[in-house]
Write a protein that binds this ligand. Structure first.
Ligand code: PL3
Ligand code: FE2
Ligand code: FE2
Length: 251
């Protein structure tokens, strides 16, 4: 009797384990066919967005260093990582035989890029950090986390390396804003109100192409919100302030 119970428990345990593996192990999910024209067509835009995004991230960290000269060394390190990311994603496109549509990607970033440049000219460091180190990095983290689950093996390996760095970048912005919260809160809220809706628009714009790559829009949003809210919490904002900021995405 005692023995029998044990065997049953073991069987249940085994079958539970199997169910969990089937439902959460992305390898057991169907991957898309990376060789079709429709996959390559969507990839030509997504790959370009990522390449352009990494280049702009590099430029933005170099620019931010002009506003915090004593952080030059650290920011140069972050910028260098972005160039490595750009190289990695360029290789991903080449590996699939895709030519990136860079003109599309430049347009994709143009509004956010413009807002960053205006903030830079005015010396609005808080706005620059929010745009690059919080919003763009959280966007990248959400995209890369979802992409890793459905990427070709070559790109998967590269993206896994990249996403680790992006958390460091998010953390950099987080720590600066946390230390300076008492003086930067108002600007942070205002910059968020202007720029979070742009991120939402960009996500909507990329959703159709992303779905061809088997990346789900809801999943992208969910991953973004996790990274974004988590960071705001670490910065030291309370629940109400975080909710208020996140609401800017739905107006
Ligand atoms: C910051 O280090 C880099 C910023 C890049 C922003 C990327 C946003 C990507 C959205 C498109 C989702 C597809 C991901 C697939 C990767 C090949
Ligand atoms: Fe990057
Ligand atoms: Fe980054």
């Amino acid at each position: 009797m005692h023995n029998e119970l044990k065997i049953t428990d073991m069987q249940t345990l085994e079958s539970n384990k199997k169910n969990i593996e089937e439902s959460t192990n992305p390898i057991s999910l169907d991957l898309p066919d990376f060789t079709t024209d429709s996959y390559k067509d969507a990839y030509s835009r997504i790959n370009a967005i990522v390449i352009e995004g990494e280049q702009e991230a590099h430029d933005n960290y170099i620019s931010i260093a002009t506003l915090i000269p004593n952080e030059l060394e650290e920011l140069t390190k972050l910028a260098r990582m972005e160039m490595k990311h750009k190289k990695g994603f360029t290789a991903c496109g080449r590996n699939l035989g895709v030519v990136a549509d860079m003109e599309f990607a430049k347009k994709f970033f143009s509004k956010l890029h413009g807002n960053f440049q205006v903030a830079l000219e005015k010396g609005n460091l808080t706005t620059c950090l929010l745009i690059q180190a919080i919003l763009i990095e959280a966007f990248a983290i959400s995209a890369y986390n979802v992409y890793i689950r459905v990427a070709d093996p070559f790109a998967k390996k590269i993206t896994e390396g990249v996403v680790k760095d992006e958390y460091l970048h998010l953390n950099y912005g987080q720590e600066w804003l946390k230390e300076n919260l008492s003086t930067c809160k108002e600007e942070l809220m205002e910059a968020n109100k202007v720029n979070l809706p742009l991120i939402k628009k960009m996500l909507d714009e990329v959703a159709d192409d992303a779905s061809v790559l088997a990346m789900d829009r809801e999943e992208l949003m969910e991953e973004f919100m996790i990274a974004y809210q988590d960071t705001l919490m670490e910065i030291g904002l309370d629940n109400r302030e975080i909710a208020r900021m996140a609401m800017a995405a739905i107006v």
